[in-house]
Ligand binder design. Structure first.
Ligand SMILES: [Zn+2]
Length: 359
């Protein structure tokens, strides 16, 4: 699959990007063997690996994240239990595991009720004495509500807007001040421009140390003024109480900006019961399972060493997963991956200067 992609800085220059051969005609590729154009069409630089039954902590954490993404509760429980075994031998790992679940409630879900529950339980889950059952309950609760790849969640629009916003950033490489980002955000929300609102939210996160907190405070003020309950709940009940742990995370702020600009999710109040019986049954099953090799689809090679980038958490890759669902009516790693069909080039400038709005 070859794409004639306009240079991100010079509109008169085009590069031939060959996705199958993982090759680009630009000078940076010749020099480094990788470039931003390949990443721009979904071919990210990967660290390949031979996977084992005893993966390191970051690979196991990635497997946990991917399991939540695909709503595979059994796989998720197995890797959560595995991550938990590092608590006594890897400093900070319990905090990282629990924080990843909090982030996962938003990166892989639109239920604000689930996020609020997780946020309220967050301090207790960091206690040295906490039972794994309580942590597993959060994972199950997240997985019981449809993820963004299921259109019932409203997530296809969110992910599509996020992908377009990310690509808008390719063509605006200059870093803006936080004040400029917040002005752009206000204007985009006034215009109910969801792509613009997400673009300025992402830009604000890149505007320096402490920017996340100031952005969240701005979103909180805007949500109050405009009586936008979903955005208000996201900032007041979830992000701001844990801003210190979430400073570098943009999932909650992006969702708040999307809601303020007119985004709609039918699942914001959906929360399902999780019983102690089902938690214990799942945990018994996991503890009876013999160690097995971490599945390929769990290790994207970007966030940890691995070989399968289909379920990596970048906007363009996530939108391809939305299209996988549209094609098969489910998201399963065993289904054949049809990259040319699933991967959208919307928002990229191709030869002829045409902005492709959809694939
Ligand atoms: Zn290139």
């Amino acid at each position: 699959m070859k794409i004639m992609l306009e240079s991100f800085t010079h509109s008169e220059t085009h590069y031939e990007v060959d996705k199958d051969a993982k090759h680009c005609s630009c000078p940076a590729f010749t020099l480094n063997g990788h470039c931003k154009h390949l990443a721009g069409v979904g071919i990210y630089k990967q660290r390949h690996a031979t996977l084992t039954t005893r993966p390191n902590y970051s690979q196991a954490l990635s497997a946990l994240v991917k399991s939540i993404r695909l709503r595979d509760i059994n796989e998720g429980a197995y890797w959560l239990n595995y991550c938990w075994s590092f608590n006594d031998r890897l400093a900070g790992s319990q905090f990282r595991t629990v924080r990843r679940l909090l982030i996962g409630s938003s990166e892989d879900g639109h239920s604000i009720a689930v996020m609020e529950k997780m946020a309220a339980n967050f301090p207790a889950l960091l206690s040295k004495q906490v039972a794994l059952e309580r942590v597993l309950a959060e994972l199950i609760r997240i997985c019981k509500v449809p993820n963004w790849w299921n259109p019932d969640s409203g997530g296809h629009n969110y992910i599509h807007c996020g992908m377009l916003a990310m690509r808008k950033g390719f063509y605006s490489p200059a870093q803006c001040s936080l004040a400029d980002c917040l002005s752009g955000l206000v204007l985009s929300i006034d215009q109910q421009n969801k792509v613009g609102a997400l673009y300025w939210t992402m830009a604000a996160h890149g505007a320096g140390k402490g920017a996340g907190l100031q952005l969240a405070q701005k979103l909180y003020t805007l949500a109050t003024e405009q009586d936008c309950t979903p955005a208000l709940r996201l900032m007041k009940n979830v992000y701001l109480p844990h801003a210190k742990s979430l400073s570098a995370d943009s999932n909650f702020t992006c969702q708040a900006a999307w809601f303020l600009a007119g985004g709609v999710s039918p699942v914001i109040d959906q929360i399902e019961t999780v019983t102690l019986g089902e938690i214990r049954q799942l945990l018994d099953k996991v503890r009876d399972t013999s160690p097995y090799v971490v599945p390929e689809w769990c290790c994207d090679g970007i966030h940890c060493a691995g070989n399968d980038l289909r379920y990596a958490g970048m906007w363009d890759r996530m939108f391809a997963v939305c299209n996988q669902f549209s094609h098969y009516g489910r998201v399963s790693p065993v289904d054949e991956w049809l990259e040319p069909k699933f991967y959208s080039v919307a928002g990229l400038k191709l030869e002829g200067g045409m902005m492709s709005e959809d694939k």
